[in-house]
Each structure stands twice: as C-alpha cells, then as structure tokens.
Design a protein around this ligand. Structure first.
Ligand code: URA
Length: 209
C-alpha cells in the first residue's frame, strides 16, 4: 500500500511524544506517574495550550481529562470540533505536585517551565498550526509575556507569524459564571478565525416538495 505523504508527520509526532515520556530534564520526572505529551492530530490547524497536567491527567497520560477537560470538550463541540481534529497540550508535561502522595496539584515553577518549554516549541514546529489558543495564565505568559488575561482574552494576537488567541482557563471558568460566559463567547472567535462557524442557529434549507 502506498505511504500517505502525511504519515511522516504523524510518525515524527509519535517519536516526539516518546521522547517527552522519557524526559528527565526537571525533578518532576521523579514524582510523576507518566509524562503527558499531548493528544490530537499531527495535522491540526489549532493547538490548545494549557498549564500542566493535574492528578487525573498524570494517571491517564492525557491532557484535560478531569472536569476542566469535560468542559473543554463541550466548548469544542459548541463550535463543531472534537479532540481528534485539534491538538491539546500543556506548557509543562509532567504534573507539578506538592505534599505527600497523592499530593496536591500546583502551578509549575519558573524552572520547570524553562526546562519543559523546548518540547512545546518542537510540537509547534512540527504541527505548524494556524492558531494557538492559550488556556490560562501560564500559557499566556509564555506566548505574550506581561499581558493580562483580562485585557487580551478573546483577542487574536500575532506572535512570530502565528495567531495566538488567549482564553481563560476552563478550570477557572468552571467556578466563575461570568468567566464561563466569556469563555463560551471567546470560543466563537476560534470558529470565526478558522471559519468553522457554530452549528447551532444555522438554517437548514427546506426541501420544496
Ligand atoms: N489543566 C491544565 O492546564 N492542563 C491539563 O491538562 C489539565 C488541567
């Protein structure tokens, strides 16, 4: 069977994931169950970048699988997308934890971010998305240092030739109704930027029989 031209990109992403799973560049490799490289398509036009895996993600090896992940799936569905069509990852690939096992999730430290960011850079270079959607403060700080989420959320920004759309983190939005509404509205900007308009409210042509 002839090889699809796209398969080399799929293979390269799988290899990158394997490298990330073996990574020991920061002390988080000692406390993690497994690294969480990312999930989705090597051909994705949109990459979502969160903060770091939490406990559930650490156990499953997949980003955004807890309550925030369920909400993210709903938000994706609201603009006609599924996990398979996009790529989802985090700035930091191993769970930042404090306290005795199972420990509490915490924000990644600056050192952990510096150690891990080259993986994200490689993911972006390989996938070459049209749009990078940052979820929350840590991802925003990486792409747009010094910018405030309250000022830039939902507004596309040009960063090194790629469009970056900063959004609130779904985990935060789950607890704040006002942010839930903002996040839902900002998601429609993704549809607009990638010309995937929401299905809801679309008129279905009637047959004339
Ligand atoms: N929050 C994140 O930022 N990333 C995950 O993978 C899960 C929760």
């Amino acid at each position: 069977m002839p090889c699809k031209p796209s398969s080399s990109k799929v293979r390269a992403l799988a290899q990158l994931h394997a490298q990330i799973r073996r990574c020991d560049r920061c002390p988080l490799h000692r406390t993690r169950t497994q690294a969480v490289p990312g999930v989705g398509s090597a051909h994705a036009e949109i990459i979502f970048v969160g903060e770091a895996p939490g406990r559930r993600e650490d156990l499953k090896g997949e980003p955004f699988v807890g309550a925030a992940g369920k909400f993210l799936d709903e938000l994706l569905a609201s603009i006609g997308l599924s996990r398979d069509e996009v790529y989802i990852t985090n700035v930091v690939k191993s769970r930042p934890v404090s306290g005795p096992p199972p420990g509490r999730n915490r924000a990644p430290s600056p050192d952990e971010i510096v150690a891990c960011v080259p993986w994200l850079t490689q993911q972006l270079q390989l996938i070459r998305p049209r749009l990078v959607v940052t979820l929350g403060r840590i991802a925003l700080e990486h792409f747009l240092p010094g910018r405030k989420i309250t000022e830039v959320h939902g507004r596309p920004q040009a960063v090194d030739g790629v469009t970056v759309l900063p959004l609130y983190h779904p985990a935060m939005a789950l607890y704040r109704r006002d942010w839930t509404a903002i996040l839902k509205r900002d998601f429609r900007t993704i549809a607009r930027l990638t010309r995937k308009e929401p299905q809801r409210g679309r008129r279905i042509p009637q047959s004339r029989t």
